[in-house]
Design a binder for this molecule. Structure first.
Ligand SMILES: *[C@@H]1O[C@H](CO)[C@@H](O)[C@H](O)[C@H]1NC(C)=O
Length: 232
């Protein structure tokens, strides 16, 4: 009986260990967005705007983007007409101070025909780190050759989607240890504040112990009746 309970609580703790690693600690990121409107072998990127994702868990983003100048609108229209690619460079600064750069490319005509209504997909691994940023056009899959007036190429209306890892709880000790290391470092710098009560933090350890105590106290009177008080 006790054997089975020990097994049960160990399994219970293990399940929580794995599940807890799926974005247990929330974080924020700042993304500096740049784009290239003059395609060449060595692209020159200019400022497009900034995105702040305040909560990776909730996917809340604040998007601040420049309007395209008349000159930039003409450049984009020209890129679309000549079937060139529009490229963005996203520089991600995370709350642990790391900086990562991601490039993403779409056909300029898709962006133009969607009238700058694009989507930024931010992919996370299960430790909450950004592992990719992809630019997409949700409303189109091909260019239709529509003529878009320059006045419709002024403002980006970008929606940001935070993609959480789809895989279920897979025990990955190396990443888990890395994650713990990063959290420890963040805690040392006083960035991560864990204000939850002891009970909220450690309930997964407390519950099995309580169950264990309850069951053994239920089992004891029985043992006392049968064995006359002999321990076990
Ligand atoms: C983005 O942030 C940079 C640096 O903080 C700033 O210079 C720039 O004006 C910002 N751009 C927008 C569109 O808010």
């Amino acid at each position: 009986m006790i054997h089975m309970l020990t097994w049960f609580s160990t399994t219970f703790i293990l399940i929580n260990f794995c599940r807890g690693s799926n974005l247990e600690h929330d974080g924020w990121v700042n993304i500096k967005l740049e784009h290239c409107l003059l395609p060449s072998d060595s692209p020159i990127f200019t400022d497009r705007g900034n995105i702040t994702i305040q909560s990776l868990r909730l996917g809340q983003a604040i998007v601040n983007q420049n309007s395209l100048t008349q000159e930039e609108r003409v450049q984009l229209k020209e890129m679309a007409a000549t079937n060139q690619f529009y490229q963005i460079r996203s520089t991600v600064v995370s709350n642990d101070g790391t900086e990562n750069v991601f490039l993403s490319t779409i056909k300029a005509c898709m962006l133009a025909e969607a009238q700058l209504d694009d989507r930024l997909s931010v992919s996370l691994d299960y430790t909450g780190r950004v592992i990719g940023i992809t630019l997409l056009i949700a409303s189109k899959s091909t260019c239709e050759g529509a003529v878009v007036p320059l006045s419709k190429l002024k403002e980006f209306t970008t929606s940001v989607y935070v993609r959480h890892p789809e895989v279920g709880p897979v025990p990955d000790t190396a990443s888990y240890i890395q994650k713990m290391e990063r959290e420890r470092e963040a805690k040392e710098r006083g960035e991560v504040k864990d204000n939850r009560s002891i009970l909220a933090k450690y309930w997964m350890y407390i519950v099995p112990v309580v169950i264990l105590l309850m069951v053994s106290s239920m089992a004891n009177p029985e043992a006392a009746a049968n064995g006359g008080g002999a321990s076990r």
